[in-house]
Structure formats: C-alpha cells, structure tokens
Design a protein around this ligand. Structure first.
Ligand code: PMP
Length: 382
C-alpha cells in the first residue's frame, strides 16, 4: 500500500531524539527549533516522560471510559493547579481538531445558534467544523454548512461588535497567539473586550491554545498575558509531548450536560500518564521561567541582529518576518546548519517553536546558524 501524500517531505529520517536534538541512523544531529510543530514541550525522550509512559503501559494502557480512571482526575488536578483554572471542567480528547470540534459543538448547543466568528490567518484544525473556522481555502475540502463562518481582521473590535450585534453568533474562536498564520499576538485590549462583548450578545468566547498553550508563551496559557476569562479553552500539541492527547476546558458557568461529549481514546491511561509526566516536568524544571528567559534572549538578540523586518511573539513562540520568501533560508538552515525551523501560512515568516527546556547554548547555536545562513562571510553575531 502506498502512503497518502499529506505533506511534502524533507529527505531526513530522524530515528532518535534527545532534548532539543534529533538524530538520524548515521548519527547526524539536528537542532530542533520546530519542536515537531510545537508538540515537543519537554524535549525529546525526557527520562521522566519515558519512565512514566513505560511503567503505565506495562500496567494498563487503556480501558474504555465506562470505568473509573483516577489518572484523569490526577491530570485535571495538576492542570487546574498549574494553569490557575482549577474551577474549569476538563474533557479529554486526542487532538487539537477534536478539541475545537467539541468546543464549537458545545457553543452551538449552549447558545442554540450556529454562526462562528473566526479571524484572518486562523488555524483551528482539519476536521469538518474546525476546518471551516480555518482561514485557508487550500485545506477546505469539506464544506460544513452547519457552522457558517465569518472571518474578521484580528484586533478589529468594531467589526466583532457589528457581527455580534446581529444576534445569531454562537461563538468567537481565537488563538491565544496565532500560530500558523505567522505568530500574531492579539492586542491585550482586544482580547480583554471580547468576553463582555460576547456575553452581552449571547455568544461564547473560545480560546484555542492548541499551539500557544502549555507554557509555550511563557505563561501557562497565552491569553494569560491579558486579563481574560474564556468560556472554553482548547489544548493539545504540547500537552502530550508527542503522545496524542488534547483537552477542552469548560468554564463552570456553561454547565455542560453529562453524556453530550464523549470519545473512545480520550483520557486513556497511557494518554493521562503522558499528560501527567509533561506537567510534572513543566513544574519541577520551572519551564515557564526558562521559556521566558530563553524566549526574551532569542527575541532580543534576533531583533538586534537586524536580520529581520519584524520579530514577533512571546516566550518560545517566535515569528521572524523577512522581506521575501523564507523557503530557501529554511532549507539552508536545515541542510547546511542542521537546524529545524517552521514555516507559516505567510510565506515571509519563519516560526521558532523549540522545546521549553531549550538552553542558552542551543539558542546561541540557532542564532549563529541564522547569521551564517544569511551572511556566510561573518563568523559570529555575538
Ligand atoms: N489549533 C491550532 C492553533 C493549531 O495550531 C493546530 C495544529 N497546527 C490545531 C488547532 C489542530 O490540531 P491537530 O493537528 O492536533 O488536530
């Protein structure tokens, strides 16, 4: 059977990972400033994570959600404590799209409405409702007429107000920091105005923290850089450090009816063990602080380098804007300097999404790789 061709692939085959590095069979080492697309939160093959998962799978990896599984509560308690959102309810799923699909379903169930407001450049996943709320025509095969979508410019409060005024909007869905669109941080005043504006008009606010959450921005959730209390928050990616796990955090005011949400794999013993291990490491190794420290260092140094027209982001979610397409530069970084970076929908933006335990020396290697890839005759930027 041939594989369905989902992405165009680079001819590199990582067979092992350790911390911020991945290795090929021949022992070639690559610095991972893409984090497997913001998924690798605590580094590749972290010993605590490996042990937790190995021990769990040797005990019991899965039983259906028709029986008690105390690991789910342990995960929820830890997540509530570390995020400061202990009063929310957690529904466990297996991916970001599944989390958003359920968030949109909850919103439409709760409001009795179906229209969704999303933003230009948004990415919320590839399932039917989530892809409809994604601003990318290229991936929109299934047209979901159940959720009519209106796309507005990020930070355009007047436009949001005008749409909400029509009285038929179920939810506004927004990324804590827009990822695939090219690392765009919503203005704090914009985010902070949304809950009241939504509630006054009978709509809900969904924060998609699938890429920006779990410490990536230097706070547990990116929206926590502002004063905002969303009705629903969705998480995935960094939550499992590679194990497929996601979650929908539901504010208590929503009073979701039991029985309306469900999934076979969500919250399995093994998924919970992975999720708990990630939170253990984030807490024990103070990764939020490291994210802020390394993130600030990277952003300040890259900004001062003058290599980019703009440096955007928070923590270790960084967008580097250039004057032209970044495709060739990313290839050079990968093949000549052995550094993984991420692209964005915007062809002129590079995304940096390294593991949250990246160290200063690895940041320096990254900066040097940029310098050499762009100005090979100069030796060092520092
Ligand atoms: N939301 C955001 C903000 C994302 O970046 C992504 C994935 N890139 C998704 C949702 C979808 O997540 P998944 O691929 O796990 O379905």
């Amino acid at each position: 059977m041939t594989l369905f061709d989902v992405y165009s692939l680079y001819p590199i085959e990582p067979v092992r990972g350790e911390g911020t590095y991945v290795f090929t069979e021949e022992g070639k080492r690559y610095l991972d400033f893409y984090g497997g697309h913001a998924v690798i939160s605590i580094g590749h093959a972290h010993p605590h994570y490996v042990k937790k998962i190995s021990d769990q799978v040797a005990r019991i990896g899965f039983y259906s959600n028709s029986v008690e599984n105390p690991l789910q509560q342990e995960l929820a308690d830890k997540l509530g404590r570390l995020s400061g959102l202990d009063d929310y309810q957690l529904f466990l799923v297996s991916s970001g799209a599944e989390a958003n699909e359920n968030a949109l379903k909850l919103a439409s169930f709760r409001t009795g409405r179906s229209r969704i407001i999303a933003f230009r450049g948004a990415f919320h996943g590839r399932t039917s409702a989530a892809v409809n709320a994604t601003d990318n025509e290229a991936i929109k095969a299934p047209i979901n007429r159940n959720y009519p979508i209106t796309f507005l410019e990020l930070d355009d409060l007047a436009a949001v107000r005008e749409e909400l005024d029509k009285g038929d909007v179920a939810a506004v869905i927004i990324e804590g920091i827009q990822g695939i669109g090219g690392i765009h941080v919503p203005e704090a005043a914009f985010l902070e105005a949304l809950p009241e504006l939504c509630h006054d008009n009978g709509a809900l606010l969904i924060l998609d923290e699938v890429q920006s959450g779990y410490g990536r921005s230097g706070k547990f959730f990116a929206f926590q850089h502002s004063e905002v209390r969303p009705d629903i928050i969705t998480v995935a990616k960094g939550m499992g450090n590679g194990f497929p796990i996601g979650g929908v955090l539901i504010a208590p005011e929503l009073e979701p009816k039991s029985g309306m949400l469900g999934t076979t794999f969500g919250g399995s013993h093994l998924a919970c063990a992975a999720g708990i291990a990630v939170l253990d490491v984030i807490e024990q190794e103070n990764l939020l602080e490291n994210t802020r420290t390394q993130g600030n260092y990277l952003m300040e140094t890259l900004e001062a380098s003058g290599l980019f027209t703009e440096v955007r982001g928070h923590g270790l979610m960084i967008g580097l804007q250039m004057n032209g397409p970044i495709g060739e530069l990313r290839k050079r970084l990968l093949f000549e300097h052995h550094v993984f970076t991420g692209s964005a929908k915007d062809p002129n933006t590079i995304r940096l999404l390294p593991p949250l335990n990246v160290c200063r020396e690895e940041c320096d290697r990254m900066i040097e790789a940029f310098q050499q890839a762009l100005n090979p005759e100069e030796v060092s930027l520092r």
